[in-house]
Design a protein around this ligand. Structure first.
Ligand code: MG
Length: 248
C-alpha cells in the first residue's frame, strides 16, 4: 500500500532528508586522493549524530557501516573500510538518516581528484537522469513515467540502467511501496498523488546493465567491470513539480 503523507509528516521527512543531504556535502568536501572510505564513513556518522539523527543504514540487515561507498565498477552497497581513494577514482556515496521516526535517503557519485572524460560524463548523465525522472514525478501522472524518463535519457547517451536494484517509497520505513524501476514503458503503475514520498535512484553503467554481488554478501559490481554511477533523492509529489526532501 502506498501511504500519502500529511504536510506535518512531510516536514519531518524534510528534516531527516536535509541531514542526509548535508552529510553528502560534508563527504564531498573530504573526498581527495589518499582518504579511505572508512574515514569518510566515520566522519559522516559523526555529522549525522551531532545533528540529532541516526545513520539509517547501520545495522540494516546487518550492514556494518553508516554509508555505502562504492568505487568505480562497484554499483551500490560497498562497505567502507581500508580502501584508499586514488586520483581518477569515482565513488558513489549512499547515506540514510532517521530522525523522529522518519527517513531520509540520498546518493551522489563524486570524482576523486581529476578523473577521465568518460567518468565525468557518466556522472553527469546519471545526475541528469535523476533530474529527468524527478521532472516526471507529477501529480496525476503514473509511476513508470519516472522510470521511462530515466531509461530514455540514459540510453540516449549510450549507457545502461541497472535492472536488479530500484527506487522505493520512503517515510516511517526506509523502504515503502511502491518499487520504482529505472526502466520500462511509461504510463503504468499507480497514479501519482499529492503526498506520495519516493526515493528515486538511477544506477547507471558505462557497459552492460548486468551486475553481481561479491562474496562479502553486499558489494554489487558490474559484471563487465565497467564504471557505474548512482544518484538518489527523496521527493514528495506536489502538483507539477515535486518537492525535493533531500536538500541541504
Ligand atoms: Mg534508497
Amino acid at each position: 500500500m502506498i501511504i500519502c503523507k500529511s504536510k506535518r509528516e512531510i516536514d519531518y521527512l524534510l528534516k531527516a532528508g536535509s541531514i542526509a543531504a548535508q552529510a553528502q556535502e560534508k563527504m564531498a568536501e573530504l573526498i581527495a586522493p589518499g582518504i579511505t572510505t572508512g574515514e569518510i564513513d566515520r566522519l559522516a556518522e559523526e555529522f549525522i549524530s551531532r545533528n540529532g539523527a541516526r545513520p539509517a543504514f547501520k545495522g540494516y540487515r546487518g550492514f556494518p557501516a553508516s554509508v555505502c561507498s562504492s568505487v568505480n565498477d562497484q554499483v551500490v552497497h560497498g562497505i567502507p573500510g581500508d580502501r584508499v581513494l586514488k586520483e581518477g577514482d569515482i565513488v558513489s556515496l549512499d547515506v540514510g538518516t532517521i530522525m523522529d521516526g522518519f527517513y531520509g535517503d540520498c546518493a551522489r557519485t563524486v570524482p576523486v581528484g581529476k578523473v577521465s572524460r568518460e567518468a565525468e560524463q557518466l556522472i553527469e548523465v546519471t545526475r541528469k537522469s535523476l533530474e529527468e525522472g524527478i521532472a516526471r514525478a507529477q501529480e496525476g501522472g503514473r509511476l513508470t513515467d519516472i522510470s521511462h524518463a530515466i531509461q530514455n535519457y540514459v540510453e540516449q547517451h549510450g549507457y545502461s540502467v541497472v535492472r536488479d536494484y530500484v527506487g522505493h517509497g520512503i517515510g516511517r520505513s526506509m523502504h515503502e511501496a511502491p518499487q520504482i524501476p529505472n526502466f520500462g514503458p511509461p504510463n503504468r503503475g499507480p497514479r501519482l498523488k499529492k503526498g506520495m514520498t519516493l526515493a528515486i535512484e538511477p544506477m547507471v553503467n558505462c557497459g552492460s546493465y548486468e551486475v553481481k554481488t561479491l562474496k562479502d554478501g553486499w558489494t554489487v559490481v558490474t559484471c563487465d567491470g565497467s564504471l557505474s554511477a548512482h544518484f538518489e533523492d527523496s521527493i514528495a509529489i506536489d502538483g507539477d513539480r515535486a518537492q525535493i526532501l533531500t536538500k541541504p
